[in-house]
Design a binder for this molecule. Structure first.
Ligand code: AP5
Ligand code: MG
Length: 187
């Protein structure tokens, strides 16, 4: 199973990805988590992307696609994977399409998790206390949301035009949203 989870910051992509990957025994590939690991390790890539992530802007498509291509070439991705946080631009969606074709017949299912902006900001601010994420401040969260509407929302239309988009309501208890997702995946 090849799954893409789309949705604004705070939609619950990471939360649902953990549950989906456990159920279907596929690796969880989160570009945000991979970049945060690079930042924490102080690698050259980490140093390059830190200030971009802290500002709420997107890391360049080239850098992201290199990271994702390297990860998807690992043997554990042969039988499927879940992508969380990528593609985030139409250019990334196009590059991903090319990459998946190189890997074999793509069987991508794209799930868009929708949550109203007011709820998203509440969730991110609720996490601020416990999380070590430097981009969870009110100011950067609003910026991430703005970037989402400008650059990532068109990715949903991209997949809708290709007929493989399922849109889900992300409001409700975590298990309720998970039930909507598994129902959509088994359809
Ligand atoms: P990334 O790490 O992808 O962050 P994000 O998209 O901004 O989203 P979050 O991780 O904050 O939200 P989420 O949807 O995973 O929700 P979560 O489950 O955590 O990206 C960070 C940065 O990295 C970007 O800004 C960019 O700079 C860079 N980057 C990453 N990928 C990139 C790419 N492809 N291209 C370019 N740059 C890239 O949930 C949020 C909170 O809500 C949690 O506290 C959770 O407990 C709670 N919650 C979850 N579900 C529910 C529910 N049903 N009810 C109540 N609360 C809930
Ligand atoms: Mg996340």
């Amino acid at each position: 199973m090849q799954i893409v989870l789309l949705g604004p910051p705070g939609a619950g992509k990471g939360t649902q990805a953990t549950k989906i990957c456990e159920k279907y025994a596929i690796p969880h590939i989160s570009t945000g988590d991979m970049l945060r690991q690079q930042v924490a390790s102080g690698s050259p890539l980490g140093n390059k992307v830190k200030s971009i992530m802290d500002s709420g802007e997107l890391v360049t498509d080239d850098v992201i696609m290199q990271v994702v291509e390297a990860r998807l070439s690992q043997p554990d991705c042969k039988n499927g994977f879940l992508l969380d946080g990528i593609p985030r631009t139409v250019a990334q969606a196009e590059s991903l399409g090319t990459l998946l074709l190189k890997m074999g017949a793509p069987k991508l299912k794209v799930l868009q998790i929708n949550v109203p902006d007011t709820v998203l900001l509440e969730r991110i601010q609720g996490r601020q206390g416990q999380s070590s994420r430097s981009d969870d401040t009110a100011e950067v969260a609003s910026k991430r949301l703005k970037v989402y509407w400008e650059q990532t929302a068109p990715v949903a239309s991209y997949y809708e035009q290709r007929g493989n988009l399922v849109v889900l309501d992300g409001v409700g208890a975590v298990d309720e949203v998970f039930h909507r997702i598994t129902t959509a995946l088994s359809a």
